[in-house]
Design a protein around this ligand. Structure first.
Ligand SMILES: Nc1ncnc2c1ncn2[C@@H]1O[C@H](COP(=O)(O)OP(=O)(O)OP(=O)(O)O)[C@@H](O)[C@H]1O
Ligand SMILES: [Mg+2]
Length: 239
């Protein structure tokens, strides 16, 4: 892996006295997609919260394109080029689609790629364009997920963290969301895709990290893991 877009090194993170991440290390390469898998409560969202600065680790390093960011504010980490599509979407329900997007707008850190704007986000999600002035609360679950992704893109990130974007969506909508994720990867974004469903991740990811009870259990690839039912059963309880 030539350039590292995001690296967690020996992270220990706590909620109060509860030691939730234990010595977690993994690396997302530039323009690659890392699938982060694990059962309920394995610590996937906590990894994302640490990377985004929503939870300060007690030990360890977080680097974004080589810059150490652990302990910085979410705002500061966003300015380094990291955006999070949070689990459960967390859009502003009482704001319109347009307002949700505009409040998240941020100049790109470098101009290697054409910046994301309202127009380019609407080009990717035509259904959002049709609902520009609608209150976000009135969108369907799939549309809300698209808005959450669009909002993250408005920040013009270099690293996109997506926490269970398929959760609670109908299969056809999951398919659309996964197609979007595929396109984003092709555009050169470096992506962490958190999922519980390995099949979804295996189709798009380059690298896989399996978390089990707050620890990295396996670092592998989709090709290798597809062949390894025992590992999937042990750490995900599937197959
Ligand atoms: N705010 C919090 N305060 C205390 N404990 C928490 C908090 N958030 C999560 N935890 C605990 O930390 C552990 C890891 O949670 P986390 O949300 O990171 O798991 P996850 O892998 O994202 O699970 P899921 O697939 O259900 O989203 C769990 O035991 C959870 O109960
Ligand atoms: Mg989670």
């Amino acid at each position: 892996m030539a350039t590292s877009a995001l690296r967690l090194e020996h992270i220990d993170a706590y909620y109060g006295d509860s030691h939730v991440l234990q010595d977690v290390s993994f690396e997302l390469g530039e323009a690659r997609m890392l699938g982060l898998l694990g059962r309920n409560g394995a610590g996937k969202s906590t990894c994302m919260n640490v990377a985004m600065g929503l939870l300060a680790p007690r030990r360890g390093k977080v680097t974004v394109f080589g810059e150490e960011v652990a302990g910085r504010s979410p705002e500061n980490i966003a300015a380094c080029g990291v955006a999070l599509v949070p689990q459960g979407r967390r859009i502003f329900k009482s704001l319109s689609v347009r307002e949700n997007l505009i409040v998240a707008a941020r100049e790109p850190r470098n101009s290697a790629h054409a910046p994301w704007t309202l127009d380019t986000v609407f080009a990717m999600f035509p259904r959002l364009r049709e609902r520009t002035t609608q209150m976000a609360a009135h969108l369907s679950g799939g549309e809300q997920q698209m808005l959450a992704i669009g909002r993250a893109l408005m920040g013009n990130p270099r690293v996109l963290l997506m926490d269970e974007p398929s959760e609670g969506l109908a299969p056809q909508i999951v398919h659309e969301v996964m197609e979007t994720i595929r396109k984003l990867k092709q555009s050169g974004l470096s992506i962490v895709l958190v999922e519980q469903n390995p099949t979804l991740v295996f189709d798009v990811a380059d690298d896989i990290v399996l978390l089990n009870t707050g620890q990295v259990a396996v670092v592998s690839t989709p090709a290798a893991l597809r062949q390894d039912d025992a590992v999937l059963r042990q750490h995900l309880g599937v197959f």
